[in-house]
Design a protein around this ligand. Structure first.
Ligand code: KG4
Ligand code: ZN
Length: 349
C-alpha cells in the first residue's frame, strides 16, 4: 500500500460489496461516513431450516441476489457506476464460497468500469460501522484515538486497540466459541430459532438473569475470552431439567446465559480501555445489536462509547465501503488476481 498522508481526507464515493456469510449487501458511502444507499438481503430465513448457515446454499443465494442488490443500491443513491471512485469488497474472513461470489462480482465490475478495487477485512469493516450515518441525519461524533474496540460477531470475539486509522493491536480473542456462536448454539439447545442472538434476547426479556448462576470465564491476566464452558453449563442444566421431564424455563435460562456473556464482554472491555489509556470505546459486530450489552456498557464505561445503530451492527456493505474509503485514500489498489482470505486476521501494524 502506498503510504499517502491521511490528512486532509480527500472526497471519495465508494461502492461497498459484502457477501462473507449469509447477507448479500451493496452500499454507496461518501467520504467514509455518509450512507447514500445501503441494501442488505438476508438469507436468515433460508438457513433457519438448517439451524445455521449452510455454506453451499449461501453461495448460490449470493449468486442470485448480488446483481439485483447492486442495481437497487445504485438506483437508491441516484448514481451510476461512473459516479463512484472505487469498489470496496470483503476479501475475508468468512465462508470461502460466499466470499468468492462477492469478490468475483467486484472484479467483473472493476474490469467493466475501469474502477479500482480495494479488498477489505470484514472485522475492520465492522469497526468502521461506528463512523457511519445516513445522508439525511446530522453527523455523529467520530470515535477518538486511541480507541478500544470490542468486535463481537458470529465468527469473532476480539479486543483491539486502535491507535489511529487502520492501526490495530490485537489484545485478545476468544479461545473457542465466538460470542455470537455461543448465542446461536445455546438458542438451539433451548429450542429457539436461528439466528440465536435475537431469539435469546427476546426470550431473555421475560426471564430472570439471576435464576441460574452460570460461570463467567474471566481468564485473568489475559485479554482473551472463552464461551465453551458457559455453553456446556447451559447444556448440563437443560439435560438435568429434561431428565426430570420438567418444562424448560427457557426465559430464565436465556436471561441467565445472556447476563453471563454480557458481564464478561463488558467487564473485560472496560478494564482493557482503562489499562491501555483508551479515550473511547467502540463495540461492533452482530452481537453489539444486543440490548442488554448496549445498556450495560453505556452504564458502566467511564469514557464515551460508540455502538452503531442496530441496522449497522449485523453484516452490511456500508461498513465495507467505509473501511474501503480509508484504505482507498491511503493508496490501496488491489489486482484482479486477488484471492479470498477466509481466515484473514485483522492485520496488526
Ligand atoms: O456480524 P454478524 O452479522 O455476522 C458475522 O460476521 O458473524 O453477526 C452475526 C451474529 C450471530 O451469531 C447472531 O446470533 C448475533 O450476531 N446477533 C446477536 C444479536 N443480533 C445478532 N447476538 C445477540 N443479541 C442480538 N440482538
Ligand atoms: Zn460480520
Amino acid at each position: 500500500m502506498v503510504n499517502l498522508p491521511l490528512f486532509p481526507f480527500p472526497s471519495a464515493r465508494i461502492l461497498g460489496i459484502e457477501t462473507s456469510c449469509d447477507e448479500t449487501a451493496a452500499s454507496v458511502v461518501e467520504n467514509g461516513r455518509v450512507i447514500l444507499s445501503n441494501l442488505v438481503a438476508s438469507q436468515a430465513e433460508l438457513h433457519a431450516q438448517f439451524g445455521g448457515v449452510f455454506p453451499e446454499v449461501a453461495s448460490r443465494q449470493h449468486i442470485r441476489t448480488i446483481y439485483p442488490i447492486l442495481e437497487q443500491t445504485l438506483q437508491q443513491a441516484h448514481l451510476g457506476l461512473g459516479d463512484v471512485d472505487a469498489i470496496a469488497v470483503t476479501r475475508g474472513p468468512g465462508l470461502p464460497g460466499s466470499l468468492v461470489v462477492g469478490l468475483n462480482f467486484a472484479k467483473g465490475l472493476a474490469l467493466g468500469s475501469g474502477l479500482p478495487m480495494v479488498g477489505v477485512n470484514h472485522l475492520e469493516a465492522h469497526i468502521y460501522s461506528a463512523w457511519l450515518y445516513e445522508a439525511y441525519d446530522t453527523a455523529i461524533p467520530e470515535p477518538d484515538f486511541p480507541l478500544l474496540a470490542l468486535v463481537v460477531s458470529g465468527g469473532h470475539t476480539e479486543l483491539v486497540l486502535i491507535k489511529s486509522h487502520l492501526q490495530y493491536q490485537r489484545l485478545g480473542a476468544t479461545l473457542d466459541d465466538a460470542a455470537g456462536e455461543a448465542f446461536d448454539k445455546v438458542a438451539r439447545l433451548l429450542g429457539l430459532s436461528y439466528p440465536g442472538g435475537p431469539s435469546i434476547q427476546q426470550a431473555a426479556e421475560e426471564g430472570d438473569p439471576h435464576a441460574f448462576d452460570f460461570p463467567r470465564a474471566w481468564l485473568e491476566n489475559t485479554w482473551n475470552f472463552s464461551f465453551s464452558g458457559l455453553k456446556t453449563a447451559v447444556m448440563r442444566e437443560v439435560r438435568r431439567i429434561e431428565a426430570h421431564s420438567a418444562v424448560l424455563p427457557v426465559a430464565n435460562l436465556a436471561a441467565s446465559f445472556q447476563a453471563a456473556v454480557v458481564d464478561v464482554l463488558v467487564g473485560k472491555t472496560i478494564r482493557a480501555a482503562k489499562a491501555f489509556g483508551a479515550k473511547d470505546i467502540l463495540v461492533a459486530g452482530g452481537v453489539s445489536a444486543n440490548r442488554a450489552l448496549r445498556k450495560a456498557i453505556h452504564a458502566q464505561a467511564l469514557c464515551p462509547v460508540h455502538i452503531p445503530p442496530i441496522f449497522l451492527c449485523t453484516d452490511n456493505a456500508a461498513m465495507v465501503a467505509a473501511a474501503g474509503y480509508y484504505r482507498f485514500v491511503r493508496g490501496q489498489r488491489d489486482p484482479l488476481d486477488m484471492d479470498v482470505l477466509p481466515n484473514w486476521p485483522l492485520t496488526e501494524v
